[in-house]
Design a protein around this ligand. Sequence first.
Ligand code: ATP
Ligand code: MG
Length: 410
Amino acid sequence: MTAMTPVFPGSVDAAGQRATLGVLGGGQLGRMFVHAAQRLGYFTAVLEPDVHSPAGQVSHHHIQTGYDDPAGLAQLAHLCQAITTEFENVPAQALQTLALTRPVAPSAAVVGIAQDRVAEKAHFAACADLSGVTCAPYAVIETLAQRQAVQAERAELLPGILKTARMGYDGKGQVRVKTAEELAAAWAELGGVACVLEKMLPLTAECSVLVARGWDGQVVSFAPQRNVHVEGILAVTHAYAGNMPPTLAERAQAAAVAIAQHLGYVGVLCVEFFVVDDGSTHGGLIVNEMAPRPHNSGHYTMDACDASQFDLQVHTMAGLPLPQPRQHSPAIMLNLLGDVWFDASGQLQEPDWRSVLSLPGTHLHLYGKLEARAGRKMGHLTITGPDVASVKTVARRAAGLLGLPGLDDI
Ligand code: ATP
Ligand code: MG
């Protein structure tokens, strides 16, 4: 679909139905999408099997079926004038079914690319001339013969990271391997499924760029945010001018836009990059992966920008105008994993919200998850302020109070 009739909030169609936007998936990204859509005046529908899901709790409609349940999908299409997804591992077929009768953004085709590291890397290679960036050296391992060939002929990829082609997130489905023997063991450990072996790069930094593209091809984007990961999970996002060298920031932003354009993407896309020491003063840029949806590293936009990544998701899917967003405050986002709810001896504890919330410029977002578990994303805390120095000071204090890692470098 190249154009669509806008679905304006608060409108009522010929059948008397209120403008309703739908989302596949009920996690925290779906919840924040629902909040953004409802603030504009839309009704919302969430398709998610989990009864207690973060998004289901806050939506007008919650369809409790599997993502590929024909009756559930039919109900979602019946209720909604436009539909999006909040995670890339939704069956692409579900998006395709919905697209038969409703505008769906992003499309099944682009979600299909983003959910398969092999297809994703092929896309990055196909638009490397346009984007000016390539991905880390890698090899595809789908068969025993391919694994043996890589062991025999691609020694330069070790040490490396073996990543499952599908269903990985937050560092899951990844094994770091140093030797050919470790590679063989790791592939067996991952069940012999399709994988890519990626060369381990000496990263000096990581960043990501959020792009929003409408049905009419209009594109807006945010400046790159710098991300700090701890044990493969995002811990801290730095979002302010000077968070990385300007030359790199410009290149990353342009590359992300080119990648979205080349896909004919509609919706919000997040492109993750590595910065490596290539001997130049500003470092080299490598594209890592893309998420066909808003991203954890873009949560700061809710409190630091005049339009958030979720607002843009609503605007793109509903065919609303897409003005360039503006960041009005420097920000640091701290991820709150379930670990925060446990003390050093492993006993459950209530985080010290009284102290955290007494700090100026703190914005707490909890996702309504009933049970805290180590490594589980429970919420995030964004700190905004009048200048970068005061944001850093408050972020350090908040991290100290909550025992959060990842702030050593500020
Ligand atoms: P998410 O979906 O949460 O972004 P993921 O499970 O899809 O994560 P990746 O983004 O591929 O995983 O990797 C997670 C982290 O592991 C990266 O952000 C980076 O810190 C590290 N990492 C991944 N690949 C490499 C590499 N080739 N060299 C060095 N570090 C890497
Ligand atoms: Mg990643």
